[in-house]
Design a protein around this ligand. Structure first.
Ligand code: HEC
Length: 202
């Protein structure tokens, strides 16, 4: 009699012991299958089954949009320009909005600017705020003139950059701006920014 009672009990225990590891194996196997599937999708293993959205892009096409210039001048194109050349281009293409000699018109003045005594209330200008001269090239090339962005040649952008730096008395009136000289221009507010996470800066 005791054996009959023990029998089913022992069987259930055995079931538990053997089924648990089995479930574990099954679920591990399923997760790895999913992980493998995701990895395969990410690394192109199932590209052949893609829904064919879009077409591959050529390096040359990417280059047309890859126009960012870093503070150290990385990305600056060949070419050059002087403040005098920039003055002529500015009068023709920029003064209608930024005013004669960049003193302000329907849009912001690009010359002058009060010292940043009150960081929030003082108007920010190229001379009192921008930390890197290379940003002037980057911004002008990608965004100006407002109604026709990306229409300026590299020489024109160098000349306009030279002109704006010169009228702000950051460079001399004869200084030539190019990929070598522009990154060396030190902006007045270069050290005015306090990084929130200084330990993240190499
Ligand atoms: C049709 C009007 C218009 C013309 C023309 C124009 N701009 Fe601008 N410019 C603007 C506007 C609007 C802004 C502000 C844009 C913004 O805040 O995003 C601006 C901003 C700028 C700034 C940034 C100023 C700052 O302190 O933030 C610079 C530099 C600049 N323009 C340079 C130029 C140059 C150089 C030209 C000539 C090639 C030019 N602009 C032509 C309308 C114009």
């Amino acid at each position: 009699m005791p054996r009959r009672h023990d029998g089913p009990q022992r069987h259930r225990d055995t079931e538990k012991i053997y089924l648990k590891p089995l479930c574990l194996c099954v679920s591990v196997a399923r997760e790895s299958a999913i992980a493998f599937g995701i990895a395969a999708m990410m690394y192109g293993g199932v590209r052949a089954q893609s829904p064919n959205l879009g077409t591959p892009i050529a390096e040359a096409e990417v280059a047309g949009w890859d126009i960012s210039i870093l503070p150290d001048g990385t990305g600056l194109p060949p070419g050059s320009g002087t403040p005098a050349e920039g003055a002529t281009i500015f009068a023709a293409k920029c003064a209608l909005c930024h005013g004669p000699e960049a003193r302000g018109g329907t849009n912001a003045a690009l010359v002058g600017g009060a010292p940043l005594t009150n960081g929030i209330d003082t108007a920010k200008t190229i001379a009192n705020f921008w930390p890197y001269a290379t940003t002037l090239f980057d911004f002008t090339r990608r965004a100006m003139p407002w109604q026709a962005p990306r229409t300026l040649t590299s020489d024109e952008v160098y000349a306009l950059t030279a002109y704006l730096l010169s009228i702000n008395k950051i460079i001399g009136a004869q200084d030539v701006m190019n990929a070598q000289t522009l990154p060396k221009v030190r902006m007045p507010n270069r050290d005015g920014f306090r990084p929130r996470f200084p330990e993240m800066i190499p």
